[in-house]
Design a protein around this ligand. Structure first.
Ligand SMILES: [Zn+2]
Length: 470
C-alpha cells in the first residue's frame, strides 16, 4: 500500500468515528466568502503597528492608572478619544462603582539578628500599620501550605513570613501555583493570631523590586497589614532564619482602603447587521496598579483588542453580530468592571467573550469554554489559526480574568488565546512594567488571531451559547 493510499484510508477510518451531527452538517458554519475574509484578516500585513502605537500612547500620556486614582478618569478620557478617532460606533463609558485603595509610604527593616533595610511594597487592598509602625518577631514559613498546616501558636503576635517561590512557566501555571500565598496569606496569618504578613514577591525575576497584587480579607477576622518583599530580600530572610535566632522585623505601611469612587468601563462597537443584538466581546482592562506604567498589564491588551476590532472595521465586509470592545474598570483590585458589565448586560446574548491580559508574548494556543454543541465550531476556528503558530487546545479554557467573571456569572461562551508568558512574571505588578518590555514584533500576530476569532464568531451560523440568563 502506498503512503498516499494509507493516508486516505486512515482519513475515512477516522471519519467513521466522528459524531453523526458533524458528518451531516446541513448548514455550513461559515460561507465561502466569510472564510476567505478570515484568511485575509489572518494574513494581512498592515503597514502600521496600531496595537503598539496605542499602548505607547496610553502609557506615555497617562501612565499608571489605579481604579479611583487621579489618573483613572484621564485613562477613561484617553480611551474615549482614541476609540472615537479610530472610527468605532457607540463609544461610551459605563459608570462602575469601585472601592479604591491608595498606597502610601512603605518601609520594612530587619532589626535582629542583623540590621537590614528591605525593598518592599504593600499588597493591593492591604490596611496600613499604626502610624508609628509595628515591630515583632518573624514566624517563617517556606510556603503557604506549611502555614495552613501549622496548628501551633507559633505565629501568634508575630509577623508571618511566607517564602512561596514562583516557578517560571509558559502558560502561567507557576504563577497559579504560587499566587494564593499573596491572596490568602493575610487570612491564614490572622487566623493564627499574627499581627502582619509579609511574602516573597510572586515573581520569577531576580530584581530588587517588589511585586504588588490583590489580596483578600475575611471580615470575620482581624485585618492585618500585608506586603511583599523583593525576591533577593526573601532570600536574605531565608538565610537569616537559618541562624536559629529570633528574626525581628519592623514595618511601617501607610495605605487608605475602601474609598468610594466611580470608574468606567469604556465600550466601542463595530455594529453588526442581521444579528446585531448579539455580541462578540473583545476585552482588556484599562486600569493598572500604582507601580510601573501598566504597559504589559494591561496597556498592551488594550492595544491588541482595539487594533483587532479596527481591522474588522476596515475590512470592508459587514459583520452579522456586533463586535464590542470593552476596556474594563478595576480588574486589578476587585474585578469591579467585569462584575458590573455582567450584571448590566445579563439579558443581552453574548456569542463569545475573550480578553487579552497576559502580556505581549505571542499566542501559542487556543482554548474554549463553550457549550458542548459549539465545540466543533470552535475546533474549526482553531484550524484557521494554526498557520499563526497557534495550537488547538481543549474546551476547559480559562478566559481570564474579566472574561472569566462573565463566563462564570452568566454562562457566556468564552475563549482563551494563551500567550507565551515565560517572561511575564519578571515584570508583572512592579515598577518594571514599562513600555520597553514589549517587543513590538509580537503584537501583529496577536492582533491577527483576535481579529480572525472575532470575525468567525460574528459570522457563524451557529450560536455558541445557550439562551441568555432570564
Ligand atoms: Zn491584568
Amino acid at each position: 500500500m502506498t503512503t498516499k493510499r494509507r493516508h486516505i484510508l486512515g482519513f475515512w477510518a477516522g471519519a467513521a468515528l466522528l459524531p453523526q451531527h458533524l458528518l451531516a452538517q446541513d448548514i455550513p458554519l461559515w460561507t465561502e466568502s466569510d472564510l476567505r475574509q478570515a484568511l485575509a484578516l489572518r494574513d494581512a500585513t498592515p503597514t502600521d503597528n496600531l496595537a503598539y502605537q496605542l499602548v505607547d500612547s496610553l502609557v506615555t500620556e497617562v501612565g499608571s492608572r489605579p481604579a479611583g486614582s487621579a489618573a483613572d478618569p484621564r485613562a477613561v478620557e484617553w480611551a474615549l478619544a482614541k476609540l472615537k478617532a479610530l472610527g468605532f460606533s457607540n463609544v461610551r463609558a459605563d459608570p462602575v462603582a469601585v472601592k479604591a485603595w491608595r498606597a502610601g509610604p512603605v518601609s520594612v527593616d530587619i532589626t535582629a539578628p542583623f540590621a537590614h533595610r528591605l525593598v518592599a511594597t504593600a499588597l493591593g487592598n492591604s490596611v496600613g500599620t499604626p502610624a508609628g509602625g509595628l515591630e515583632a518577631e518573624m514566624a517563617y514559613y517556606p510556603d503557604l501550605a506549611s502555614l495552613k498546616a501549622d496548628t501551633s501558636d507559633r505565629a501568634k503576635s508575630r509577623i508571618v513570613f511566607i517564602n512561596q517561590k514562583t516557578e517560571r512557566s509558559r502558560d502561567g501555571s507557576g504563577y497559579g501555583g504560587a499566587v494564593m500565598a499573596r491572596v490568602a496569606g493575610a487570612v491564614e496569618a490572622a487566623r493564627r493570631g499574627a499581627v502582619a504578613v509579609a511574602i516573597r514577591s510572586i515573581g520569577t525575576d531576580r530584581d530588587r523590586l517588589a511585586h504588588t497584587g490583590g489580596m483578600r480579607y475575611d471580615t470575620q477576622l482581624r485585618q492585618v497589614p500585608a506586603l511583599a518583599v523583593s525576591v533577593p530580600d526573601a532570600d536574605l530572610i531565608e538565610r537569616l532564619q537559618r541562624y536559629g535566632r529570633p528574626v525581628v522585623m519592623r514595618l511601617n505601611v501607610q495605605t487608605e482602603t475602601g474609598l468610594d469612587a466611580t470608574s468606567h468601563n469604556v465600550i466601542a462597537e463595530v455594529p453588526g447587521t442581521d444579528l446585531s443584538d448579539e455580541i462578540v466581546l473583545l476585552g482588556a482592562h484599562l486600569d493598572s496598579w500604582h507601580v510601573g506604567q501598566g504597559a504589559i498589564d494591561d496597556g498592551v491588551g488594550v492595544g491588541i483588542v482595539c487594533a483587532a476590532a479596527k481591522r474588522l472595521l476596515d475590512g470592508g465586509k459587514p459583520l452579522r453580530r456586533t463586535v464590542r470592545v470593552v476596556l474594563f474598570a478595576n480588574e486589578e483590585n476587585g474585578l469591579s468592571g467585569a462584575t458590573a458589565y455582567a450584571d448590566q448586560y445579563k439579558a443581552v446574548r453574548h456569542q463569545l467573550v475573550g480578553e487579552s491580559d497576559f502580556g505581549a508574548g505571542k499566542v501559542w494556543r487556543m482554548r474554549s469554554k463553550v457549550h458542548g454543541d459549539a465545540v466543533p465550531a470552535l475546533q474549526q476556528m482553531a484550524r484557521w489559526l494554526a498557520p499563526l503558530g497557534i495550537e488547538a487546545g481543549d474546551n476547559n479554557g480559562s478566559p481570564a480574568p474579566d472574561a472569566g467573571v462573565m463566563v462564570r456569572r452568566n454562562q457566556w461562551p468564552g475563549i482563551e488565546l494563551t500567550q507565551d508568558g515565560t517572561d511575564y512574571f519578571d515584570w508583572h505588578h512592579t515598577d518594571n512594567d514599562t513600555l520597553d518590555k514589549i517587543n513590538p514584533d509580537t503584537l501583529p500576530q496577536n492582533v491577527a488571531a483576535w481579529s480572525v476569532v472575532a470575525w468567525l464568531a460574528s459570522q457563524s451560523s451557529q450560536r455558541f451559547g445557550q439562551s441568555p440568563a432570564a
